[in-house]
Every structure is written in structure tokens, then in C-alpha cells.
Design a binder for this molecule. Structure first.
Ligand code: FES
Length: 117
């Protein structure tokens, strides 16, 4: 796992976006729990930079998709795939995330590419 930031930096209802090993990652805190995702919106690949939750939703500022913070599932129908969830844990006052290889960005594009009939 890669060190992300100090645990105290991620306040309830908000989070932080950071590039780790070439991958943009968002970590947010909701109801006291940490959630981590690849910070790339599967709608049109904007980086999620709005770290303030909308209730229980992660907001994509590009076109307004809202993702369930606990599951990463899109709720407005713009994105057809969920956010890619990552393992996250806090220990010793630090937050650590399991970051996939940077080829994850290609996998997200492949997942969301329209399928030929
Ligand atoms: S890129 Fe996120 S809603 Fe369009």
C-alpha cells in the first residue's frame, strides 16, 4: 500500500485528491469511514477534483454525475460504470491506499467504450 496523507487531513464529508504512482486517487471520509477510488470519472474521464461530498455522493464537476460514496455507483445515468474502488486504511495516523498500475486508466477507457454490435 502507498502512503496517501495524514489521517487528520481528511475531514468528515470531504476528502483529498492526489496522484499516487501516476494514478489520480480520491479518498473521502463519510460517516467516519474512509473510501478510496481512482479519481477518474467513467463518463468522459474528468479527474474528480471536488472533494466535498454532496450528502452521501461524490460529485463530478464536469457534467454533474453523482456517485454513491459507499459503492462508487453512478446515480444520474451519465456514467455507465462505477468509480473504480480501491482498498484504503488508516494506521499510525496515516492513510494508505492500494493503487493499481497506471494502466488502470486504459482499463477504465476500455470498460466505458461503446461495444460494437
Ligand atoms: S466526466 Fe464526469 S459527469 Fe461527465
Amino acid at each position: 500500500m502507498a502512503r496517501f496523507t495524514k489521517d487528520a487531513v481528511i475531514k468528515e464529508g470531504s476528502g483529498r485528491v492526489k496522484v499516487v504512482n501516476g494514478v489520480p486517487v480520491i479518498v473521502v471520509r463519510y460517516n467516519g469511514r474512509l473510501y478510496a477510488y481512482v479519481a477518474v470519472c467513467p463518463h468522459a474521464y474528468c479527474v474528480l477534483f471536488d472533494v466535498n461530498l454532496r450528502g452521501s455522493m461524490i460529485h463530478c464537476a464536469c457534467h454533474g454525475e453523482l456517485f454513491n460514496v459507499e459503492t462508487g455507483e453512478p446515480t444520474k445515468g451519465l456514467a455507465k460504470e462505477p468509480l473504480m474502488k480501491l482498498s484504503v486504511e488508516a494506521r499510525g495516523g496515516e492513510v494508505f491506499v492500494e493503487v493499481p498500475g497506471s494502466d488502470v486508466l486504459e482499463r477504465i477507457v476500455d470498460l466505458t467504450r461503446p461495444k460494437s454490435p
